[in-house]
Design a protein around this ligand. Sequence first.
Ligand code: NAI
Length: 737
Amino acid sequence: MSLSFEGRVVLVTGAGGGLGREYALAFAERGAAVIVNDLGADTKGGGKSSAAADKVVEEIKAKGGKAVANYESVEDGEKLIQTALDTFGRIDVVVNNAGILRDRSFARTSDLDWDLIQRVHLRGSFLVTRAAWNHMKNQKFGRIIMTASAAGIYGNFGQANYSAAKLGMLGLSNTLAIEGRKYNIHCNTIAPVAGSRLTETVMPPDLVASLKPEYVAPLVLWLCHEECKENGGLFEVGAGWMGKLRWERSQGQTVRQKNQPMTPEAVRDQWDAICDFTDATKPTSIQESLQSMVSVLSQVESDEEVGANPTAAAASAGSTSGINPAEAVGQKLPPTTFSFNHVQCVLYALGVGMSTRDPDHLRFLYEGHQDFGCLPTFGVIPSQAAMMEGGLSSVPGLNIDMTRVLHGEQYLELYKPLPTSGKLTSEATIADVLDKGSGAIILLDVNTFNGDELVCYNQFSVFVVGAGGFGGKRTSEKAKAALPPPNRAPDAVVIDSTTRDQAALYRLSGDWNPLHIDPDFAAMGGFKAPILHGLCSFGFAARHVLKQFADNDPARFKAIKVRFVKPVMPGQSLQTEMWKEGNRIHIQCKVKETDAVVLAGAYVDLHGSSEASPENVPQGGGLQSELVFAEIGRRIKDSGSELVKKVNAVFGWEITKGGESSAQWTIDLKNGTGSLHKGPYSGKADVTFTVADEDFMEVVQGKLNPQKAFFSGKLKVRGNIMLSQKLEVILKDYAKL
Ligand code: NAI
């Protein structure tokens, strides 16, 4: 089908000659009503004449097309759009093309040379586009072209002013592409090459003649058509050729080490690695760009935690990039612990859509219920810390970009019903690494223990986009395979709506990725709005099976496997289709509104009959932190005055247990020879920490880094936060406790 612009209204700025004229003619020929704007200036921006625009309008009309002339400068952006609205009643496409040159070597560039160029190219494009923006937004359609130049992309002698303006337009386009996406407003940038009066002074005449503007126009038309989904692109185009440009970033190098000053010498010494483009990445959003940088923060931290032995840390920092299965498979991640009580169990149940509307759900929502228990799929929560804390990228042989990681599949098997409180420890191992060409799959096996007892096993199947091609195997006997459902109509179908706030609620169970809550962040990831967590839909599907085939009895739940296919938007309805084959219930989950499959190849395995009901792990009696404070008290007695000199601050502690305040302590290392108080304190603490008893112990034993505890919300700080740095002086000796 040919591309028609019938019914579309197109503004081309600077359309009295050169490229703009060609665009205007081409749009009109395909049915568009065209506003032919041109000031009729000379190449340096001087003079003014209506002749140029009039001539093009006449040409279009002579061929039976629709066009109107506008003689304003692009610096009067509103007036250009007003002509479109007055004459044709709307505006669909803006091609920012008007331009002038004032080439000078940099030293001779005057203020006027600089300002005029910025005003016409960059400011003009801004003003015209802004005037059109709300109209495009309201009609949920718009196409915008910015005209950059190779001079901006690569630099060109004598064009400092022009280069700056032209690449400024690319920056403008990049952001408009993001802000416009949800309104179907697309903005793309071209860097054309064509013979015109602007180039006739720099190109030989035969080249000017042969690089025709009509070799550029078809790209502009395609980018402006409603069928074209391209947005935020940059294209070089000329002579009938065109190509797309993007940013490439070297793998780069972390030149900072924990607790050591970062120096220019370190930058110098690693310069070759910093600039080495082997295995370069191609970030496409600010979020991708930032994430990999921010992950360095925790990498630098953990380097030291793991590598008490500095040579190990240095070796890993210097290791080559890419995936090496021989090195990675079998590697263990540092164990993680998860302390919880009924609050987390209930919050999770609400997160996966349980409601008091259904009396059957009360056993998962009310801790006082005689059968109170934890939903079986809560088993993914204690184990996900291994994934969340970015541990994967620190595994030797797994040099991966964490921003390119997708959660592909999940398997969970329970060996016992989950406790409703306690402390679980998870140990994660790289079970296998597969090469799928377009990416790598990492199979992460996580065993979760309650004391010495194995409670559950998870297999995370993680897809790393772009990390394939390392010559590895494509399948693994270790993978828990997804299985297709039987070829018949489902035996049962449950339809359940998620709420608008489902993701906002689910994330409170510990997946803090802003993708699920922050619209801007989601837009940067290419989504119209924040998406629901895959593991939330997984929880919905599992409880549908539990209700339909196991009487809501968690003890009958054995295992679940799902493959995540597509995202779900909060507020959509989930339709779980179920097929019973003995004790295996095959499932497929769709979004009811769109019929799109979101969970595929999925199944739940059940135990034959109801066995034991979920057990409660009794909560420990006294506070473990008491011991530490007792020891601190002894130290203050022994060497209080020395500590007062070093620290000079009063620290308040609020120790919680089961979410409630259980003890208060004040360590006064400011007054007299220091003192320790239990309970309310008459003076004022400089800084007060609130932390759960278990987490306090983790911090004291050096298992939980205080900074991480703070960022994950486990450690709350009131008052002078800087003083927390001095905590080390008081706490560091207690690792032996
Ligand atoms: P051109 O000089 O033939 O066309 C530019 C038109 O813009 C002229 O008709 C001029 O009267 C008009 N104009 C100037 N200032 C204006 C203002 N304030 N308001 C309204 N109209 C104004 O030049 P050409 O080559 O067709 O260039 C079109 C665009 O492509 C320009 O933005 C130029 O910088 C860009 N470009 C062209 C290249 C080429 O090889 N021709 C190379 C790279 C970029």
